[in-house]
Design a protein around this ligand. Structure first.
Ligand SMILES: [Zn+2]
Ligand SMILES: [Zn+2]
Length: 186
């Protein structure tokens, strides 16, 4: 199993709704304790090769950094957790990324910017996470999608998004497009 937290890759590529605080991230890196239990599928994915995509049934999953992120929307359909049940409101033929609502949320940059500004506007200004939201489209979108799929109650839980959806977000907002600077300046 790979024990690097992010393999030295872009730390912004956190697929969870809540980015850990600096202290938590440091503790996480020093203990190298990697969570492999996937709360959406309800199974431990320890031993799954995140770089292989042989688990994929939708055709859109891409290599990931850690086993817990390496799962497919097709697997969610087979799972019976409450988190998996939250996905049933999005109907799709072969991949979740084809769902119109999901597509609209990912591709609508105006709405994404508005979401970021709204979080900043309504949130605690000292909140480190809100600060992070304003700096990275992908991070903000993972949060927005988690909120859309699971609702506000579970939005703070560390629920990973399936590889195909994360890959869709990454290809829509690649690194070089990183230019967003929060509009609201306090
Ligand atoms: Zn897939
Ligand atoms: Zn898929």
């Amino acid at each position: 199993m790979n024990s690097d937290v992010n393999n030295g890759e872009n730390p912004w590529d956190n697929v969870f709704a809540s980015y850990p605080s600096a202290q938590r991230l440091q503790r996480y890196q020093s203990t190298k304790k990697i969570v492999t239990f996937n709360k959406v599928l309800g199974v431990d994915l320890d031993g799954r090769d995140p770089k292989a995509t042989d688990y994929c049934g939708c055709g859109n999953c891409q290599p990931m950094n850690s086993p817990v992120e390496a799962f497919c929307c097709a697997e969610i359909l087979q799972a019976s957790t409450s988190a998996a049940e939250n996905y049933t409101k999005f109907s799709y033929e072969s991949c979740l990324c084809e769902n119109e609502t999901i597509k609209n949320v990912v591709e609508n940059l105006t709405e994404l910017k508005l979401f970021i500004d709204t979080c900043k506007w309504l949130g605690n200004q000292d909140d480190e996470e809100i600060d992070l939201l304003t700096k990275n489209y992908r991070f903000a979108l993972y949060k927005k999608l988690t909120l859309l799929i699971h609702g506000p109650k579970q939005a703070n839980e560390r629920l990973p998004l399936p590889s195909c959806l994360v890959s869709f977000v990454r290809s829509t907002y690649p690194d070089e497009d990183e230019e967003y600077v929060g509009f609201l300046d306090y």
